[in-house]
Design a protein around this ligand. Structure first.
Ligand code: UDP
Length: 239
């Protein structure tokens, strides 16, 4: 049987803020449950799914540093926050009968596996959801950079960035009524127009390695499945 999926191996990046829902801090169980439902549906449809979760709902290094903390220590705290989010997502997916492995870029052996590329790919081939935690393992990077790096490392067919808006806009749609949504952009256009899709490190990593990215709205039910089936969802960014 031929698969209806256009993209088989997916890397999904979710910001920590996406997990906040209506809460001011931490994780909204309803939100994480809804995302886990969608990820579980992708696995059932035969997709291989890797996740990268941000940590901004708990700690962001830059914010802590602005308040006076040593930046490297602050980034370590940010990376720890991504591990906590990853464990919460692992739990939500396991409650839905999925097999999950959290693989961390910093060693926390009592809690999760280390990131080992070949092992990660094997997990994906076996239908396990792999959650890449602790970003790149290095301070001064973001989880968007970690997501683009891991997407390239595992040869993902598509990276998806799930946000709170419908795609990439010419201006902030919450502020500018004339803002228009782009259907398709190149990575160079993102850099030239200074569009705040991801940080420059992540954009260049995707551009130089020809990794397509689709920016979608996580609050739109079924958005992940439509994206994986090849639907014209949100904004597609390519080289
Ligand atoms: N972080 C880091 N190195 C990485 C990835 C993340 O030091 O490779 C830290 C950094 O402090 C960052 C925090 O982890 O602020 C949470 O990640 P991010 O801000 O990307 O989360 P998001 O905005 O997606 O919620």
């Amino acid at each position: 049987m031929t698969s209806p999926l256009k993209y088989r191996r997916i890397l999904l990046k979710l910001s920590g803020e996406a997990l906040l829902g209506n809460a001011n801090y931490g994780i909204d169980p309803e939100v994480i449950g809804r995302i886990a439902d969608e990820v579980a549906d992708l696995i059932k449809a035969g997709a291989e799914v890797a996740l990268v979760l941000g940590g901004g709902n708990i700690f962001r290094g830059a914010g802590l540093a602005a308040a006076g903390m040593d930046r490297v220590t602050a980034d370590h705290m940010g990376m720890m926050a991504t591990i906590m989010n990853s464990l919460a997502m692992q739990d939500a997916l396991e409650h839905r009968g999925r097999f999950v492995r959290v693989m961390s870029a910093i060693q926390v052996h009592e809690v999760c596996e280390d990131y080992i590329r070949r092992r990660a790919i094997r997990h994906l081939e076996k239908g396990r959801v792999v959650i890449f935690a602790a970003g790149t393992g290095n301070p001064f990077f973001t989880t968007d950079s970690a997501a683009s790096l891991r997407a390239v490392e595992i040869s993902a067919d598509l990276m998806i960035k799930a946000t709170k808006v419908d795609g990439v806009y010419s201006a902030d749609p919450n502020v500018d009524a004339g803002a228009r949504q782009y259907n398709h952009l190149t990575y160079d256009e993102i850099i030239e127009r200074k569009l705040g899709v991801m940080d420059a490190t992540a954009v260049v990593m995707c551009r130089d390695n020809n990794m397509p990215l689709r920016v979608v709205n996580m609050n739109s039910p079924g958005t992940l499945m439509r994206a994986v089936l090849g639907g014209d969802e949100g904004t597609l960014i390519t080289k």
